[in-house]
Write a protein that binds this ligand. Sequence first.
Ligand code: NAD
Length: 244
Amino acid sequence: SMSSRAGKACLVTGGGGFLGRHIAEALVAAGHSVRIFDRVQTFTDSRIDFATGDLTKKSDVIHACEGMDVVFHVASLTDTWGPYAPFYNVNVIGTQNIIEACIKNGIKQLVYTSSPSVVFGGEDIENGDESLAYPATHLNAYCSTKAEAEKLVRAANGKDGLLTVSLRPHAMFGPRDNHFFPQLFEKAKKGQVKYMVGSAQNIVDFTYVGNVVQAHLLAMDKLVEGSPVCGQAYFITNGEPIKF
Ligand code: NAD
């Protein structure tokens, strides 16, 4: 039968990056049509349409959203450190631009890639769940601007028929990861990871990128009028955290 899954027009912001490209490829494999929005085109794929532009430029974002049914807002300034202004511009203003463009284009579904760092105020979190409140202050500009963006996305749920959901994957690994793990392994090879953080009994939740992709596709399927996921934010994990 014709299901709501068949053949949607999907925009993936940040589709040139680690997670975004995996989401774009999974959407194509599931029979959807895909446009990637990113600053530069980093790869070519005949099945994927590329729109280059900057999230901070409203006209770029509005143009990229034209004709779309669903927006996966994955793009973000993902550096750990740095001055506040670029984080604010890309993560907060950029997300505001996406929300406005969705409403302007009559788009009904917005899936936002958030982060568990939105609820991290510096204290360890063990067995945390979605009832955790946002802390008064965050560790850095990345965390605070991801939190601000998530609040905008949640507040936009229901506006002019737009439905939104936020996903918070923790520390991803998998093919084409160019961030955390390759850098860690590189340092380890050079003997540069001889420091210890805390008690060395720390538990960290790492998430396989494929699970995060699946969460995004499920979020699209579940994001329908009257569904309890609308306006919510969910942690995405593998299940059991890796103890080391
Ligand atoms: P990434 O850096 O590989 O990809 C981000 C993409 O966004 C890049 O391709 C970049 O060019 C694009 N981008 C940045 N600024 C832009 C702008 N102004 N206009 C247009 N595009 C812009 O990051 P990733 O690891 O794939 O992360 C994707 C999402 O997942 C982010 O929202 C991040 O906050 C979230 N996240 C990642 C992790 C992780 O472990 N990698 C953990 C939690 C949350």
